[in-house]
Design a protein around this ligand. Structure first.
Ligand code: NDP
Ligand code: MG
Length: 395
């Protein structure tokens, strides 16, 4: 029996994780579930999975959950605040930590899990992008197991030789081929992109996901963050990572070996597949996903990405090459820009503009410690927020 902590249980990845876990009551015991403010969802999850701990970052939501759980007669201990996320991530009875908080908010608890030597199921790519080599050092020092849940990285992990460990370059790999659906605006005329709405941006053609990653998929910043994620996980420089647009989202990524063999992982676009693989690795268990019907898929298309259509992808490649605090600056500016777009404060095309402006204004430094990384995050957020305020004033 493995004890499980799900950071971000109430989100899309969290819900899919609990769906897989419920199919295997003999294997996993839910120890802790966390959310930010969606009390109703966490309450239902607690009633079903009976964790020892539940965390709500928002204090009022935590009091409300505590009251409701007590009324239901549950003994789950409810904790409040961001520090409680760190506490539950390193509990001794927790073996596996699903890192599924969205954005930089997941960094400290995910890093705590790495330092505590847990098996980390990493969905929260932003945590790794921001802290990069520091995170990988923490994993190596503690002997933690870092297993990628992002479908592309999980696919690559499945195509690498047994014995591969995150952060150690696998032998004889020529290139990593990261597939991308291209999102909802792959064929939208360029001149129409300034007018697309948040509703259109979050209506992803292939995947059902949280709002932030859906917008990131529409700008392809998601793929950019994934390039940085892949370069860290698989110890390959960004020059050897190629992005391939594959609208059917059936091939989840590929590894090109020096002998000319290319290995791929295929499956329906269903996050329960990589989640089940991470939970059971090195075994395989039922995920609940449907079997792939190749006759229904019928064809697989591929095309190179257009950096004019997707400037965020270019910015991410530049940050990946620059290293240091550049990925943290990129990520922070992107989080501010996406939130502003969702609140209709800037147009879709303003997302890349705001990020580029921030990256041009704040020089990247060496990411020598966590303080340096957090300082970069804060300064990029401040700069981007000030730009937004100035933009609003002009309107
Ligand atoms: P959701 O928006 O659906 O869920 C986010 C989760 O994080 C929720 O539990 C939310 O709580 C919690 N949360 C939000 N803000 C905070 C905060 N400040 N502090 C603590 N917790 C917070 O996101 P997804 O599940 O889609 O994505 C989660 C992560 O996984 C992201 O990093 C994403 O890039 C990655 N990922 C997701 C995929 C997907 O298919 N969805 C695929 C690959 C990667 P509450 O509900 O209370 O707001
Ligand atoms: Mg992905």
């Amino acid at each position: 029996m493995k004890g499980l902590c799900i950071l971000g249980a109430t989100g899309s990845i969290g819900v899919n994780t609990l769906d897989v876990v419920a199919r295997h009551p003999d294997r996993f015991q839910v120890v802790a579930l966390t959310g930010n403010c969606r009390t109703e969802t966490l309450l239902k999850q607690c009633l079903k999975h009976r964790p020892a701990y539940a965390v709500m970052v928002d204090a009022r939501a935590a009091s409300e959950l505590r009251r409701q759980l007590k009324a239901e007669g549950l003994t789950t201990e409810v904790l409040a605040g961001a520090e409680a996320l760190v506490e539950v991530a390193k509990l001794p009875e927790v073996d596996y930590v699903m890192a599924a908080i969205v954005g930089a908010a997941g960094l400290l608890p995910t890093l705590a899990a790495a330092r505590a030597g847990k098996r980390i199921l990493l969905a929260n790519k932003e945590a790794l992008v921001i802290s990069g080599p520091l995170f990988m050092d923490a994993v190596r020092a503690s002997g933690a197991e870092l297993l990628p849940i992002d479908s592309e990285h999980n696919a690559i992990f499945q195509c690498l030789p047994p014995g591969f460990r995150a952060g150690i370059a696998p032998p004889a790999v020529r290139r990593i081929l990261l597939t991308a659906s291209g999102g909802p605006f792959l064929t939208t005329p360029l001149e129409d992109l300034a007018k697309v709405t948040p509703e259109q941006a979050i209506a992803h053609p292939k995947w059902e996901m949280g709002k932030k990653i859906s917008v990131d998929s529409a700008t392809m910043m998601n793929k950019g963050l994934e390039v940085i994620e892949a370069s860290l996980l698989f110890a390959v420089p960004p020059e050897r990572i190629e992005v391939v647009i594959h609208p059917q989202s059936v091939i989840h990524s590929l590894v090109d070996y020096q002998d000319g063999s290319v290995l791929a992982q295929l499956g329906n676009p269903d996050m329960r597949i990589p989640i089940a693989y991470g939970l059971a690795w090195p075994e395989r268990i039922d995920s609940g996903a449907d079997a792939l019907d190749l006759f229904e898929v019928a064809r697989l298309d591929f095309q190179p990405p257009d950096f004019k259509r997707f400037p965020c992808l270019r910015l991410a490649f530049e940050a990946a090459r620059a290293g240091g605090t550049a990925p943290a600056l990129l990520n922070a500016a992107n989080e501010v820009a996406v939130a502003a777009f969702l609140e209709r404060k800037i147009p879709f095309t303003g997302i890349a503009g705001l990020i580029e402006h921030t990256l041009n204004a704040i020089p990247a430094a060496a990411a020598k410690d966590l303080e340096a990384v957090l300082a970069a995050d804060t300064s990029a957020r401040r700069f981007a927020a000030a730009q937004l305020a100035a933009f609003e004033e002009k309107r």
